[in-house]
Ligand binder design. Structure first.
Ligand SMILES: Cc1ncc(COP(=O)(O)O)c(C=O)c1O
Length: 367
């Protein structure tokens, strides 16, 4: 799964903060979010040299609610929604829940292949309403979109009068390489860009606290949409996140996470190379949680959905590739998460994956 494991969640610090008295903790919070939390989000972003106006921030119940609100505001039945292929399963599901028409676009080592979009749009016969991207350490591929492509995408969105949903839960988890400027930095306060953020991957997913940053006129609509969904995000946990940020604890926690994930990614890439050599191809992410593996050579014909129950019998789990595309493509691929396991368990998991693949080949030969 795409979640940090319990040992990487600062449970003791969160418990200590929650133990402090907090006035009004159990009241309703404002629909747009606890003002202290909004201030802390603005301050946290400023420490990363990103200057955001609090009037553009809406606290959400995790990144998923941010996506839901964004798609709800922008997508009417039949509207064309460009998505990366592969992409985050729940992102596609949300666009589909508003009856968007999905247009899958390829991803390579520089992220979404923006140059392919005009041709795909022409073939679709209508211009897109929304372009949904995960620019950093994409889920599931682990890839990052280059600056040149981000700039080109901003231009295309302008040309098509489309919105960009910039979903970036993993950007703070860069452990190698150079930062690429975000959409919000390349085109500040662009009314076409909605930034979806969450504390799920950097703090704890169970908190269900995230935020979106968007144009103030759209934010008014977003507040109404949120009001009818849940009135406000869980008030005690908003306060807890605000207190955690106010104490400046997130930065040192992020440093710990980056170094742990760097080690785990390295362990996974090395174990895969040692075990499989050129029989699989993998991405080599510079941050985040995930690595994308494509079966090659003698494994190339194995269907990763069919392999899945057998892999479980061998004691290893992954997400099969077709889960990440509405078209059901990527039957020869799978997503691995390096964030949740120690290097020793990663080693064991890769060995088990190998044993499951070998057993699958034998099974095929026996039929
Ligand atoms: C790309 C992407 N967007 C959004 C989310 C949802 O985040 P949250 O758990 O905060 O709702 C995830 C979580 O897996 C994700 O990977």
């Amino acid at each position: 799964m795409g979640a940090p494991n319990a040992e990487l969640i600062p449970e003791a610090e969160l418990a200590e903060l929650y133990g402090q008295p907090a006035e009004g903790r159990y009241d309703y919070a404002a629909t747009e979010g606890n003002p202290q939390l909004i201030d802390q989000i603005v301050a946290y972003q400023a420490r990363l040299s990103r200057h955001i106006d609090p009037e553009r921030v809406l606290v959400t119940t995790g990144g998923m609610q941010g996506l839901d609100i964004a798609f709800k505001l922008m997508v009417d039945p039949g509207d064309l929604v460009i998505v990366e292929s592969p992409t985050y399963t729940n992102g596609i599901a949300t666009a589909l829940s508003y009856q968007g028409q999905i247009l899958e676009a390829p991803v390579d080592d520089d992220g979404l292949v923006v140059e392919a979009l005009p041709g795909l749009v022409e073939a679709a016969g209508k211009i897109p309403k929304v372009i949904y991207v995960i620019p950093n350490f994409q889920n599931p591929s682990g890839r990052t979109m280059s600056e040149a492509r981000r700039l080109k995408l901003i231009e295309l969105a302008e040309h098509w009068d489309a919105f960009i949903i910039d979903d970036d839960p993993y950007g703070a988890l860069r452990f190698a390489g150079e930062n690429v400027p975000g959409f919000d930095e390349l085109s500040p306060e662009n009314h076409r860009i909605v930034s979806v953020r969450t504390f799920s991957k950097v703090l704890a997913p169970g908190l269900r606290v995230g935020w979106i940053e968007l144009d103030p006129a759209l934010r008014t609509l977003a507040i109404s949409a949120k009001q009818s969904m849940d009135t406000c995000t869980n008030a005690p946990l908003q306060q807890l996140v605000a207190d955690y940020l106010a104490q400046g604890r997130l930065e040192s926690h992020l440093e710990t996470l980056r170094s742990v994930y760097a080690e785990r990614k390295q362990a996974m890439v090395q174990a895969l190379q040692r075990t499989f050599d050129d029989q699989v191809e993998t991405t080599d992410p510079e941050g985040g949680f995930f690595l994308w593996l494509t079966l090659r050579g003698r494994y190339a014909k194995i269907n990763t959905e069919e392999l899945f129950p057998l892999a479980l019998e061998f004691g290893v789990a992954y997400i099969p590739g077709p889960a990440f595309a509405d078209s059901g493509a990527f039957t020869d691929a799978l997503r691995l998460c390096f964030a949740t396991s120690t290097p020793a368990r990663i080693e064991l998991g890769v060995q088990r994956l190998h044993d499951a693949l070998e057993a699958m080949l034998k099974r095929g030969a026996a039929v």
